[in-house]
Design a protein around this ligand. Structure first.
Ligand code: MN
Length: 240
C-alpha cells in the first residue's frame, strides 16, 4: 500500500465559551483532502518555532481562511474597517510559507492564505475592499458559501489555467481584504472584473504553489473544477 500524503491545514483559534476554546478549521477542508486521497491534519498556531517543527511531518500545506492580516506586517496602520487580527497566527504562517517554498513542499493558499502568502513575500494588502477600491463588485456574498457568485478571468500561461481548462470560471467570494501590491516572487494569474487579485502563483515553481482568494474547498463537493484543484494539489504532495 502506498503511503497517503499528509496534508497540514493551518488552524484558527476559536472560543466557544469559557470552558471550550481551541482550534478551528472548517470541515470542508478535511473532506476535500480526504476525498482526494490525502490525510488531513490540523496545525494549531502556537509560535513560529513550533510551526516549523510540525512542517517536516507534512507532505503538503494548506493555508486556510480566517481572520484579517495584521497591517503592521506590511507597514500600515489599521484601517477603520479592519476586522479582528491574530498576530501569532500571522507569524506562524509566515514561517510556514518561507519553509514550504525553500523546501519545495506543495502549498495551497486559500483566502486569508493567499494574503499571508503575499505578505510573507513582501507584498501588501487592501485592508477593506468596499472602502478602498473604486467601484468594487460584491466580494462578501450573502448566499451559501458553496454557491458561486462572481467571475474570475484566468491567465492562459498558468497552472490554474491547466487545471481549470478555461480562461473564465465562477467562484464564491467571502473576503473583504485582498492583495494590493503583489510580492516580487508572485504573479497574478486570476482577477475579478473590478481588478481584484483572485489568484497568484509562485514565479519559481518547483511544485504546486498556488493561492486563490476564493474557497474551492466549499464548492468542491458539487463542482468538479474546484475539486480538480485539490486533486492536483494532493497529486503534487504524493510525489514529495
Ligand atoms: Mn472575490
Amino acid at each position: 500500500m502506498s503511503k497517503k500524503p499528509i496534508i497540514g491545514i493551518t488552524g484558527a483559534y476559536v472560543k466557544h465559551n469559557d470552558n471550550m476554546e481551541g482550534v478551528y478549521v472548517h470541515h470542508d477542508y478535511h473532506k476535500c483532502v480526504a476525498s482526494n486521497g490525502g490525510i488531513p491534519i490540523i496545525l494549531p498556531y502556537i509560535n513560529p518555532e513550533i510551526a516549523l517543527e510540525t512542517l517536516p511531518l507534512c507532505d503538503g500545506i494548506i493555508l486556510s481562511g480566517g481572520e484579517d492580516v495584521d497591517p503592521k506586517l506590511f507597514g500600515q496602520d489599521p484601517h477603520l474597517q479592519l476586522g479582528p487580527t491574530t498576530p501569532e497566527r500571522d507569524l506562524a504562517e509566515i514561517a510556514l510559507v518561507k519553509y514550504a517554498l525553500e523546501n519545495n513542499i506543495p502549498l495551497f493558499a486559500i483566502c486569508r492564505g493567499v494574503q499571508i502568502l503575499n505578505v510573507a513575500l513582501g507584498g501588501t494588502l487592501i485592508q477593506d475592499i468596499p472602502s478602498q477600491v473604486k467601484e468594487p463588485i460584491q466580494h462578501s456574498q450573502q448566499i451559501d458559501r458553496s454557491q458561486d457568485t462572481h467571475w474570475v478571468t484566468i491567465s492562459r500561461d498558468s497552472k490554474l489555467f491547466e487545471i481549470v481548462g478555461s480562461d473564465r470560471v465562477r467562484v464564491n467570494s467571502l473576503h473583504h481584504q485582498a492583495i494590493d501590491r503583489v510580492a516580487n516572487d508572485l504573479r497574478v494569474v486570476a482577477q475579478s472584473s473590478d481588478g481584484i487579485v483572485e489568484a497568484v502563483e509562485y514565479i519559481h515553481p518547483t511544485t504546486f504553489t498556488v493561492g486563490v482568494q476564493w474557497h474551492p474547498e466549499s464548492m468542491a463537493s458539487t463542482n468538479p473544477t474546484m475539486n480538480d484543484m485539490f486533486k492536483e494539489f494532493i497529486k503534487s504532495s504524493t510525489n514529495v
